[in-house]
Design a protein around this ligand. Sequence first.
Ligand SMILES: *Cc1c(COP(=O)(O)O)cnc(C)c1O
Length: 497
Amino acid sequence: MSQPLSGLLHHERPIFAYSSPGRTGASLPACDVPAVDAQTLWPAALLRDQAPALPEVSEPQVVRHYTRLSQWNMSIDTAMYPLGSCTMKYNPRLADWAASLPAFAELHPYQPEDQLQGALQVLHELEGMLAALGGFARVTLQPAAGAHGELCGLMMIRAYHADRRQQRRKVLIPDTAHGTNPATCTLNGFTAVELPTSGEHGVLEPDTVSAALDDEVAALMITNPSTLGLFETHIVEIAERVHRAGGLVYMDGANFNAVMGKLRPGDIGVDAMHFNLHKTFATPHGGGGPGAGPVGVTAALEPFLPIPTVERAGDRLRLDYDRPRSIGRLRSFWGNFLVLLRAYVYLREHGAAGLSRVSELAVLNANYLRVQLRELLHVPHPQHCMHEVVASDRDLRPLGLSTIDLAKRLIDYGFHPPTVYFPLVVPGALMVEPTESETPETLDAFVAAVRAIVDEARTSPDLLRSAPHLAGIGRLDEARAARKPRLRYQPDADDPR
Ligand SMILES: *Cc1c(COP(=O)(O)O)cnc(C)c1O
């Protein structure tokens, strides 16, 4: 083998390249029922005249191919994954175990309700636990992601205003918001109005909100703690002002892992909030899903919850589709059930005291990093942070380097890069979220890697510019990859052998 191992790993050929005519992965006994002629079942025009060119491979070839592919990605199971805002925390195997129990995994949502009582009980209790944590009257478990929860929340807010015969078209959003917030507004027919956060403290000021309030404002959409990792200290005053002007407060709860068990959003003036179960409460997060974004609401918004809801009827539970003011259906069946189940297990596993402790450790770990990173990089808001800390490349720029170079070099040190260039209010941002699940040793190793890279920036900046060097795939020309993507396997160009 002339290739280094990582080189071979990253040149896995497509499964078709292993195909050999007549090879098969399974040997089944001879068919003992009469064969049916496809022509008798389907119109001739719909039938293929040739079998599809599927790969003909042995079972070990299939297993090895996909196992090797699975090694390409850095994952939370192989390394620290400090993506701020995304909350890549360890996902307890206990939750996966429960989700793989046949009694749950093999349920079919069309089974009669009397066979689904166990599953409905999980949903009912999960709703109760999330409502208790958030301080809400009810919670819908339907939305399939945080962004879907935002959509659900704003649809309910729109229905609420329409119900009161009010035409309110604007939604106020601070400039630290995640991109999904303004996107959700637009999708819902609202106009997003951007509010500046104050430069020095990085939080939203009550007077900024007041200046934008009028009878056109349907809601304020605020992330708390914000994507700067800062608690919005004026939230109570701000919520009062929004309510006085007839608007509602929607909280993006993606960062709830910093405050769960400590603060109930319903108590500080929040009318609706989504939980990202795939960030805060177990469930592997990455690769695009599946997720779940349940939305908690106050009593005023309860009539508009999507259908179905799970209701108690005597000693039974049932799905209620008969809710006249509901915004309707958001998703097939009852949401991403197995994600909901994992969150249920996570909540039961930790209990109220344990969840509080999770928040404490998430905040402690972030501050442990903040204090050390501050010595190495510019940290624009050096005050106490919540679950994540945002640094910037200000001190690297005079060396002709930027955030992307540091991020790529971290891969060589065995760390997934943090979130880069977000939030937009910090130029060259590097947003680090350790979560509660990393050990002090891992945090120290991360800081040591950043320290080594900052030293290299002065002594051998080209090492950063051309990083990563140890990954199977080096630095790509991202603009060319986006403008002229090569999406087809080309055996001559792509095969190293
Ligand atoms: C992740 C995130 C979202 C979107 O949630 P998804 O589950 O990815 O759709 C919204 N806002 C913030 C602050 C987030 O971090």
